[in-house]
Ligand binder design. Structure first.
Ligand SMILES: Nc1ncnc2c1ncn2[C@@H]1O[C@H](COP(=O)(O)OP(=O)(O)OP(=O)(O)O)[C@@H](O)[C@H]1O
Length: 857
């Protein structure tokens, strides 16, 4: 590239077009109107690969520099992309020499391209200007008047009145180039005898259209310009020995080059802040080429002379910044009105489609949206299923309520029967005994008879006309039995003594008392007798061994006393009515709303083994039984054997009791006899702490076998935790459960009681299932699912959980179940319940406030 020998290197730096389409309104044309000036210009994005930066050695020809560093940029103009090629460097480093060669090669190739593309019509325009001492001069005009720079909103900076020649051919261009060269300010300096004293800008505008569309109104035209810029060289006055005019020129040159350096530096830093295009005419005119819609190549020239090392360094610094500048070159398409309308219509359709389907730009997006919707549908289906399950449960409950409501009358009648049983000695104790005592007074009924239906009950009432009808008010009497019956203690002797001899006229007032609910005392008196006896009978029948442990029955507290039976007490034996009184032990300590088992008639809850009352009677009244055996031959040998067994068992129990009393430490007995409050502790605390786990486990197993209410189990389990005063309650519970168990399978197979209990359990589980939603947090539920082996993805996991509660008898499961239920049941916290309610609550509780409610239910 060197011609004079003192220039050796050339650095072409290409400004690279990046980014995408920008609606850059720019017409890089002169002020002279062109045939396409009225048309609209569109900018179309085009991906362009950034050219590599190159360093050329002194021996490189200008052709090589052009080919490898400037050609692609220069020829971009044929594709509708603006381009610029700069030469930057110190004075006399070969800028002008290089740019002349680059311009010629470019022009030659442009014309060669035009020649090769006959299908397109090209229009080439040429303009030239120089900036001399900060004045813009038209190089194609003889007028030396400086031109003004105008800011056009569409075209950017425009040089006013700049001559733009439409080229006829290549020769015409060469002529104009010659004119420019002639017009340009050149001066002699110490470094260059033909030193350029101005910045020269040669501009070639190329417009091309496909010939086939020309004149049809729908053609589009590519329009772009290429600038060949030969900058004046930076110089030092000391080196150029400039003075006077040359010094002034040098000052302007340096000033404008300084601004160019600032702009390049600013642009290379990412366009942050103000870019001082307007600080010089050079940067103002080249604004679009430096940081706008153009591809740009900068050729930096340096002198190898050692004395120019500082200038060379500055040139390299400039080049280093320039290579980082990024421009936004676009393909400039000028469209006719018709073509523009067509294009805009297409664009409108596209935008409408985007509006119709927002966010659905791609198939992948569609798939994602569909997947999301599917998941939402699945969740909703799951929720719907759970809601349907809840609805079914509630419906079934509603049906139960309705049934209960419709059976209300039935229940009252059943309660009436029970009250009758309580009120009349005829049926209170054992009709067999009464009949035996006063034969003929009452018609005989099967000793173990249990009413199976209300019809039978009514028939029975008809069959016993002496028994007055009891109003529905007696339904309330049932409650009295529970609330008051246990408070009073009636002498067994007086009760027993009055019972057989009570004449009908004496019994009648008792009946009146039962009917008169306004007189509570009288009612209590008549009913509580039977209630107490019922309790005693219960204890009697459950486990004789319990009696053995009792050191002093007379001194036992009331609660205990009612659970302990002496051989004398058992004379009351059981009757169907007695059995009723504690057959209605609530299987479910449950909400009133679910207490259908509460309304279950006592006689339907449990049924005695058919032969059992007879056996008890035989044991207790062997003489009477013997006489009965004479008059009633219906009893067989088996019964006699059984009676003998029972008799021997009672005898054995008595013997054991005596032995136990004898072996009991004196101090214990003394204490038991003097301190009734502590006499409930049958065993020493140390022994009880040893026996408690065993007893507790037995009770748990009995709960399981007897299908006892979950809430009851939970309540009991949480309340009684090994304290020595718990002994009595646990003993009572144990006996109660033992009795229920033996009664429920008395016939060798489960009776209706089991089904009823199971139904109650199911209802409880349903309630648990519903309450889990509100009472348990998501984390708690998740933890339980995993702990109890429930598949967390299962749709019925909550239902499964409710079905697993209290289904095992191992202590860990029991404890977890109790904790879980306590969370869901109101008033189940420790301390809110009283232990006493477990000791003697054996009577019917139709509307008792003691029933536990579900929180929020
Ligand atoms: N590659 C080259 N081969 C041969 N001669 C060259 C070459 N480059 C430059 N010259 C000669 O060097 C001299 C200075 O070159 P040129 O005028 O191009 O420098 P310049 O950088 O334009 O100087 P200024 O900034 O002062 O205008 C000219 O006589 C030119 O012919």
């Amino acid at each position: 590239m060197s011609t004079s020998g003192h220039m050796s290197h050339c650095f072409p730096f290409n400004f690279t077009r990046r980014g995408h389409m920008m609606q850059h309104r720019c017409m890089a044309t002169a002020s002279t109107p062109t045939p396409l000036a009225a048309a609209k210009t569109m900018f179309i994005s085009q991906s362009t690969v950034r050219l590599p930066d190159r360093v050329f050695d002194p021996e490189c020809s200008t052709r090589q520099v052009y080919d490898e560093g400037a050609k692609e940029v220069a020829l971009s103009v044929l594709s509708g992309i603006n381009s610029s090629i700069f030469a930057y460097g110190q004075t006399s480093s070969g800028k002008t020499y290089t740019m002349v060669g680059i311009t010629e090669h470019s022009m030659a190739e442009i014309y060669a391209y035009i020649d090769q593309h006959a299908d397109r019509e090209f229009i080439l325009k040429f303009s030239a200007m120089e900036i001399y001492n900060e004045a813009v001069m038209d190089l194609l005009s003889s007028d030396a008047t400086p031109l003004r720079l105008l800011d056009d909103p569409e075209k950017g900076t425009v040089v006013e009145k700049l001559t733009e020649e439409t080229l006829r051919d290549k020769g015409h261009l060469l002529e104009l180039l010659a004119v420019c060269e002639a017009q340009r300010q050149i001066g002699e300096t110490a470094l260059n005898e033909t030193s350029s004293r101005s910045h020269q800008i040669l501009r070639l505008t190329v417009e091309s259209s496909a010939k086939q569309f020309l004149g049809k109104g729908n053609s589009s035209t590519l329009q772009a310009c290429v600038n060949f810029v030969d900058l004046a060289g930076s110089e030092r006055a000391s080196q150029t020995a400039a003075s006077g005019m040359r010094l002034k020129e040098g000052s302007h040159i340096n000033k404008s080059l300084l601004t160019l350096g600032k702009v390049i530096r600013q642009l290379s830093g990412g366009r942050n802040g103000h870019i001082p295009y307007r600080d010089s005419k050079l940067t103002r005119i080249l604004q679009s080429s430096l940081g706008g819609n153009a591809r740009t190549a900068i050729i930096c020239t340096m002198s190898p002379a050692h004395c120019h090392v500082e200038q060379s360094r500055n040139t390299l610094l400039f080049a280093n910044c320039a290579k980082n500048v990024v421009t936004n070159a676009q393909v400039n398409v000028v469209m006719s009105d018709k073509a523009l309308v067509k294009h805009l219509q297409r664009e409108l359709t596209r935008l409408e489609n985007e509006l119709k389907f927002p966010g659905s730009a791609s198939l992948s997006t569609h798939a994602e949206v569909l997947k999301e919707k599917d998941e939402q549908i699945k969740k909703l289906e799951e929720q719907l299923k759970e809601l349907m399950e809840e609805k079914d449960t509630v419906q079934s409950e509603l049906e139960n309520f309705r049934k209960v409501a419709s059976d209300d009358h039935l229940n009252c009648l059943k309660a009436r029967r029970w009250v009758l049983a309580l009120s009349y000695t005829y049926d209170l104790v054992d009709q067999d005994l009464l009949i035996d005592a006063q034969p003929g007074l009452f018609p005989r009924r099967p000793s173990n008879h249990v009413f199976d239906s209300i019809d039978e009950c009514q028939e029975n009432l008809v069959a016993y006309p002496d028994v007055p009808d009891v109003s529905d008010e007696h339904c309330k009497e049932v409650q009295c039995v529970e609330t008051n019956g246990l408070r009073e203690r009636i002498s067994q002797e007086s009760f027993h003594a009055q019972k057989p001899e009570t004449p009908e006229k004496e019994r009648r007032p008792m009946m009146d008392q039962a009917e008169d609910c306004t007189d509570e005392e009288k009612r209590d008196e008549s009913i509580t007798k039977t209630a107490e006896n019922a309790i005693e009978l219960y204890a009697c029948d459950s486990d004789p061994s319990f009696e053995i442990e009792k050191p002093n029955v007379d001194e036992e507290p009331l609660a205990l006393k009612r659970c302990v039976v002496s051989s004398r007490d058992t004379v009351l034996a059981r009757s169907s009515s007695c059995k009723a009184s504690f057959m209605v032990i609530p299987n479910s300590w449950f909400d009133d709303s679910t207490s259908m088992n509460m309304t279950t008639p006592p006689s339907e809850n449990f049924k005695f083994p058919p032969r059992r009352p007879e056996k008890v009677r035989r044991n207790l009244f062997p003489e009477k039984v013997a006489s009965d055996a004479i008059t009633d031959n219906s009893t067989g040998n088996a019964e006699e054997e059984s009676a003998a067994d029972d008799t021997s068992r009672v005898t054995e129990v008595k013997q054991q009791t005596e032995q136990n009393d004898a072996s009991q430490p004196q101090e214990n007995r003394a204490q038991a006899g003097t301190d009734s409050s502590t006499s409930t502790t049958f065993e020493s605390p140390s022994r009880w702490s040893f026996d408690f786990p065993k007893k507790q486990q037995e009770i748990i197993e009995l709960w399981h076998e007897c299908h006892i209410s979950i809430v009851h189990r939970t309540y009991f389990f949480l309340l009684f935790n090994g304290d020595h005063t718990d002994h009595i309650y646990m003993e009572v519970e144990h006996r109660r459960l033992s009795f229920i168990k033996s009664s429920s399978i008395a016939d060798g197979e489960p009776n209706a009681t089991v089904a009823s209990s199971l139904k109650s359990l199911r209802n409880e589980r349903d309630m648990l299932y519903r309450h889990m939603v509100r009472k348990l947090s998501g984390a708690e539920k998740e933890s339980l699912y995993s702990k109890w082996g429930i598949d967390r993805s299962s749709k019925q996991r909550r239902l499964q959980l409710s079905r697993l509660i209290w289904t095992q008898t191992d202590m860990e499961h029991v404890r977890e179940s109790a904790e879980l239920v306590s969370k869901m049941v109101q008033h189940l916290e420790r301390g809110q319940a009283i232990k006493e309610m477990f000791g003697l609550s054996f009577s019917l509780n139709l509307r008792s406030g003691r029933s536990f409610s579900w929180g929020g239910a």
